[in-house]
Design a protein around this ligand. Structure first.
Ligand SMILES: [Zn+2]
Ligand SMILES: [Zn+2]
Length: 397
């Protein structure tokens, strides 16, 4: 049996366990920084394999280190990352392994990511004698709240790591397809709030007031010119105000207005420029109209930017897994969604790729974060194979 066939048949053997694990995690979803049961399962599995395990990193994160038996001094270490958290959504799927917890659900596929990485750990552990380097398995809490990756890095998760690879299962990307692209793939994300202060009064006597609603309307419109007039048509970016609150009655000009929005961009400089300009425009307009505006930019996440060399390696691994025709390097791989894998990719070079999990026939065609979200579980072994191959190739080089 060739090495390729051996890996494929080893994976075939693991599939029942892989699916059982994913379903177990799906039934027991845990929110950001509360992944106690999940990380306990991860810890126990990694310990059973004899890995060096660290727990309690960034509260509920787990790291397992597998030392390759064929490592020489100076051997490389590749990190593989999976996120573990679920979402505050009430599951509406009628499935045997439906969430058992009201109001909580794995509606983004992180149950799949965690089970995939456990299977990869198993496969690489079985091959440890031949591994010319080390593998660090990084199980991250709190991706959805954009908050787990950064503290893990601060607590040393990326120390002595030479590269990192991770994947996201995607429910609106066809099963059997793998998307691998160098450069930016997931956008940065900023949440911002604006408080526009004016001067309240009678709606019939606007000259005695400073109307924060009119000021807000100008700000909303002007913010869009940051995209249409200050952004290159070749650099995608998004600014959305999703929430405005002001006023109590039709005949009162209120004292203040509040707005909340998000901003997305695909490169660092563009991101920082837009953050600065959002603030300047909002404050400039408010001041020029006699009011003021306090802008708060919170919960930032950088864009996911893939390293060219590691991406090439993942691409080759994907070709061996699903065939060249099904490996996609087009712009379809990009999303204006964000993922704090970005923090790991800022710390060390790496690649974040996507694995298609859409299959209408199985009801796996709802968007991420939807109460009917699901994945086609046939995507799980594909993820396992690509990650395993890419990790082995990285260490070989
Ligand atoms: Zn998500
Ligand atoms: Zn996700």
């Amino acid at each position: 049996m060739s090495q390729t066939d051996q890996l494929k048949s080893d994976i075939d053997e693991l599939v029942p366990d892989l699916i059982a694990m994913r379903r177990d995690l799906h039934e027991h979803p845990e929110l950001a920084f509360e992944e106690v049961r999940t990380s306990g399962i991860v810890e126990q599995r990694l310990r059973t394999m004899g890995l060096e395990v660290q727990t309690g990193i960034a509260k509920t994160g787990v790291v397992g280190l597998l030392r390759g038996g064929a490592s020489k001094p100076g051997a490389k270490t590749i990190a593989l990352r999976a996120d573990m958290d679920a979402l505050p959504i009430h599951e509406m799927n009628e499935i045997a392994y439906r969430s058992t917890i009201d109001g909580k659900m794995h509606a983004c596929g992180h149950d799949g990511h965690t089970s995939i990485l456990l299977a990869v750990a198993d496969l690489l552990h079985k091959r440890r004698d031949e591994l010319p380097g080390n593998v660090k398995f990084v199980f991250q809490p709190a991706e959805e709240r954009i908050g787990g990756a950064e503290p893990m890095i601060k607590e040393g998760a990326m120390q002595n790591v030479d590269g990192i690879i991770g994947l996201h299962l995607i429910s609106d990307y066809p099963l059997g397809r793998v998307g691998v692209r160098s450069g930016p793939v997931f956008a940065s994300a900023e949440r911002f709030s604006m408080t526009v202060k004016g001067k309240g009064g009678h709606a019939a006597m606007p000259e005695t007031t400073v109307d924060p609603i009119v000021i807000s309307a100008y700000i909303v419109t002007a913010l869009q010119t940051l995209i249409s007039r200050e952004t290159s048509p070749f650099s995608p970016a998004v600014i959305t105000i999703g929430n405005i609150k002001a006023g109590t009655a039709f005949n009162i000009i209120p004292e203040s207005a509040e707005m909340h929005g998000t901003m997305r961009a695909f490169n660092k400089d563009h991101r920082h420029k837009l953050i600065r300009r959002i603030t300047e425009i909002a404050q400039g307009i408010a001041t020029s109209m006699g009011g003021s505006c306090v802008v708060d930019v919170i919960d930032g996440c950088p864009p996911c930017v893939n390293d060219e060399n590691i991406t090439e390696l993942v691409r080759d691994a994907a070709i061996l897994t699903v065939g060249e025709k099904e490996v996609d390097g087009s712009e379809d791989v990009m999303t204006a969604g964000s993922d704090d894998m970005a923090c790991f990719l800022e710390a060390v070079p790496g690649c974040y790729f996507i694995v298609g999990a859409k299959n209408e026939a199985k009801g796996a065609n709802y968007p991420h974060h939807h109460p009917r979200f699901n994945i086609d579980e046939d995507a799980l072994p594909i993820g396992v194979e690509v990650l395993t191959r890419a990790a082995m190739d990285f260490l070989k080089e």
